[in-house]
Design a protein around this ligand. Structure first.
Ligand code: SF4
Length: 322
């Protein structure tokens, strides 16, 4: 019998024992959508001095927007170029305009409107994803996102990384968990049609599995619509790279990461979409962990371990679906 035929997890049409982004997109749009990374030229309050300088210790120079075209090009031009590049890989006409680089609600509202409206009008765009910080969600921005979400699908991706305030200080995050909760709750209440995705990172300095799972449990309590789990990547040129080279940080081992992800999934409510289970850094500037380059084998080993140990997403919260 195939693994998919004895899979106890209901939101899956394969052997995956968690709700994948592909499964969700298939249900929502009838198939995959290409996610087109964009750089609107914004900065970040944790870089420009508003709440910190230097940024998070793992932040690459382009604020996680390494895959986007340069912000000197218009949103339309970036979209056209990247869509063309990705067309062979994705084979779909549906696209998500992904405002990925830096903090994409950190600008005056008229500028945000200009960028998001330009994206919403592009041919093939079925939704907009906006990566930002929970402490950069003014009430006027939330009001606008609410209005925009009446016209097009909007996802706001909020970087939590860890719910532990001590870790937040170590990584120079520039906000506390209470700040994050406040922004999330205001967004949820003020823009109910907006999908909300949390980003969390495993392997942050000073964290053991118990602390990582605490972040997962707090995430589960807040119940976002989607979650992205990342492995901490050490990128050349970051402050984390210096710490690593000085011998003051040891990256997670492969087995530990896989075991932690499998356990974490059991604490995440079954209806939450798991958009990512590994990081996606630039291969050319990745210093460590080297094993993270082979993403497909990591995902396969997560599937295998979930099957062997009879685990599934939300298992610890709900005994059985049958
Ligand atoms: S919040 Fe994002 S863009 Fe800002 S410093 Fe941290 S990782 Fe970089």
């Amino acid at each position: 019998m195939k693994q998919s035929e004895i899979n106890p997890y209901p939101f899956s049409d394969s052997n995956k024992r968690y709700q994948t982004y592909d499964y969700y997109m298939k249900k929502k749009y009838g198939g995959k959508c290409a996610k087109i990374p964009l750089d609107a030229g914004f900065t970040c309050p944790n870089i420009d001095g508003k709440c910190g300088t230097g940024g998070c210790i793992y932040c690459s120079g382009r604020g996680s927007g390494d895959f986007a075209e340069l912000p000197t090009l218009s949103i339309t031009e970036q979209y056209r170029i990247t869509r063309e590049k990705l067309s062979k890989k994705w084979n779909t006409d549906r696209c998500i305009a992904y405002f990925q680089a830096h903090t994409n609600t950190y600008a005056p509202l008229p500028i945000l409107k200009e960028k998001f409206e330009e994206a919403a009008a592009l041919e093939g765009v079925v939704g907009i994803s906006i990566a930002t910080r929970a402490d950069c969600l003014g009430n006027d921005t939330i009001e606008y996102l609410n209005e925009l979400s009446e016209r097009i699908d909007i996802t706001v991706e909020l970087g939590l990384q860890s719910s532990n305030d001590k870790t937040a200080e170590i990584i120079n995050r520039g906000h506390s968990f209470a700040d994050f909760e406040d922004g999330y709750k205001r967004l949820r209440a003020g823009a109910p049609k907006v999908s909300i995705c949390f980003h969390i990172i495993f392997g942050l300095p000073g964290e053991n599995r118990e602390i990582m799972l605490e972040t997962v449990k707090k995430t589960a309590e807040l119940h976002p619509d989607q979650v992205k789990i990342h492995l901490l990547h050490i990128i050349e040129g970051t402050r984390l790279a210096e710490i690593y080279k000085n011998g003051d940080y040891t990256p997670m081992e492969r087995e530990d990461y896989i075991d932690t992800v499998c356990e974490a999934l059991t604490y995440i409510p079954c209806d939450i979409v798991i958009c990512r289970l590994t990081g996606d850094g630039m291969a050319s500037s990745l210093l460590a962990p080297d094993w993270s380059r082979k993403k497909v084998t990591i995902l396969n080993d997560i599937d295998r371990k979930m099957f062997e140990n009879n685990l599934w997403q939300g298992k610890m919260l709900q005994k059985s679906f049958k």
